[in-house]
Design a protein around this ligand. Structure first.
Ligand code: ZN
Length: 141
């Protein structure tokens, strides 16, 4: 056994025996997969378009509609191309822009163990120590 006498639990042993050996599986099985939103970005003017979900199908506009001025004609650049995913023909962005869903990111961050305590202590100065290791250590910031 390891120093300190910690005996692995049955759950720990199961986890060690079935521990994923590739990053993708590890991220999925440990629920570390981020919630990603894929936008379509225009290759001509860099305008960004969010996806629209209709059922299980994700769609993006076919063409860029950005206008530099109200009287200008739209950019018109094609935003999607045909591709085959899982044996089906689908339209995917020509220039995908993958961004983590911010609300999901903040939600997952706040759900981490001990995070509430960290936030509660966020405005409290620690003047009980002589070693200054954090901006909050000492009598003043
Ligand atoms: Zn454009």
């Amino acid at each position: 056994m390891s120093e300190g006498g910690h005996t692995p639990s049955a759950r720990d042993i199961r986890l060690l025996n079935n521990f994923p050996t590739d990053l993708r599986t590890a991220r999925k099985s440990l629920d570390l997969e981020p919630d990603i939103i894929t936008y379509a970005s225009c290759t001509k003017c860099s305008s960004v378009y969010p996806p629209k979900k209709s059922g299980d199908v994700t769609e993006w506009p076919m063409e860029c509609t950005w206008r530099p001025f109200k009287t200008s004609s739209p950019c018109g650049q094609s935003l999607v191309k045909s591709a085959v995913e899982a044996g089906e023909s689908v339209r995917v962005p020509v220039c995908p822009l993958a961004i983590q869903n911010f609300n999901s990111f903040v939600g997952r961050l706040l759900c981490r163990p001990g995070y509430e305590k960290i936030l509660d202590e966020g405005t409290v100065l620690n003047n009980k120590t002589d070693q200054l290791q954090d901006i909050k250590d000492g009598a003043a910031i």
